[in-house]
Design a protein around this ligand. Structure first.
Ligand code: HEM
Length: 297
């Protein structure tokens, strides 16, 4: 909190107190994390009682911390479900069951953004809070501040579609986000980066003729489409508030504290929609087939 506060007031902390550098590097090495605070320190590991650390003491900051804190247990569970998903063939009935469980965890992302919409004004975020999340230099490197963008939704994307159906801008954002995450999640990223995504595995399983697909495979695609729809709901509402906080007459910075722009958020939601549509189309093709309809009747 001191590092962020000093930077907010125009001071590079390591220039003002050079002795902090070896200490931060040692702490980073011991915890196997970046040598500064992250969203985990700011939200999840921050006490919730009167010892809660805030930059401003304003209730809106408290609500923002809470909105981010509440998603972590669900994303943690969601990531383990993604890991399990990799062990099942898309035509296995359990694939849809696991994906629906993942969908249940992801619903908390929408709850989180609804809390922000209700309790945090975009102007408060843009003008008062955002300056505390600036990057700082530690030794030879620059580290981003504790951004909500570090919430590992990007890693869920990686498993579901982004490992092989992404675009360079989002791939770069993903690579930049990896160092700020927990050791277990960095391990998952390393595994998933070279694996076919769930969407690709499903499309391969459908083959050239979706009409031939069995009911379990169709259910799997429908479950992925539902799960991506939940992510789109979060991303749509989130884009709305991000646009308000970063519009020219309000903002103090042109990019978010995670280093990305509103344009990138727009690209990410477009990619999510495209993948959801692929899954939806696959299920519709099968259910439009008269023979299949007859077979299941
Ligand atoms: C006032 C509230 C918020 C504003 C203005 C805002 C703004 C932004 C911006 C500009 C980005 C682009 C990346 C960057 O930070 O550089 C971003 C990314 C992101 N933010 Fe927020 N955000 C807010 C609240 C939240 C909350 C409450 C969550 C959920 C826990 C969240 C989750 C994310 C995620 C997951 C990304 C990565 C991009 C994506 O997956 O779509 N944000 N946000």
């Amino acid at each position: 909190m001191f590092l962020g506060s000093l930077k907010r007031h125009g001071v590079q902390p390591a220039e003002a107190v050079p002795d902090v550098v070896p200490i931060l590097i040692e702490l980073g090495a011991r915890t196997d994390m970046v040598p500064r605070d992250t969203v985990h320190h700011y939200c999840t590991w921050n006490p919730i009682d009167e010892r809660r650390r805030m930059y401003t003491g304003d209730q809106q900051e408290n609500h923002l911390q809470e909105s981010v804190r509440m998603v972590f247990p669900h994303l943690r569970a969601g990531l383990e479900l993604c890991d399990l998903l990799g062990a099942f063939e898309p035509a296995d009935p359990k694939f849809a069951v696991l994906t629906d469980a993942l969908n249940g965890e992801l619903r908390w992302m929408a709850e989180s953004i609804d809390l922000v919409l209700a309790k945090v004004s975009p102007v408060f975020f843009a003008r008062i809070l955002r300056p505390y999340f600036e990057e700082i230099d530690v030794g030879e490197r620059t580290y981003l501040g504790p951004a909500a963008a570090q919430v590992p939704l990007w890693l869920i994307d990686q498993a579901i579609w982004a490992s092989d159906r992404s675009e360079p801008g989002y791939e770069e954002f993903l690579r930049d986000s990896v160092p700020y995450s927990l050791p277990r999640w960095r391990e998952l990223y390393d595994t998933w980066v070279s694996c076919p995504s769930a969407v690709t595995r499903l499309l391969d399983a459908f083959g050239s003729d979706p009409h031939e697909a069995g009911p379990a495979l169709t259910s799997s695609a429908a479950a992925i489409a539902r799960m991506l729809r939940t992510v789109i709901i979060f991303r749509g509402r989130h884009l709305g508030i991000a646009r308000q906080a970063y519009k020219e007459e309000v903002r103090l910075y042109s990019v978010g504290s995670g280093g990305a722009s509103i344009d990138l958020l727009h690209d990410i939601i477009t990619l999510t929609r495209e993948n959801a549509q692929l899954m939806k189309t696959a299920t519709e093709q099968r259910s439009a087939d008269p023979e299949t309809r007859g077979a299941s009747a």
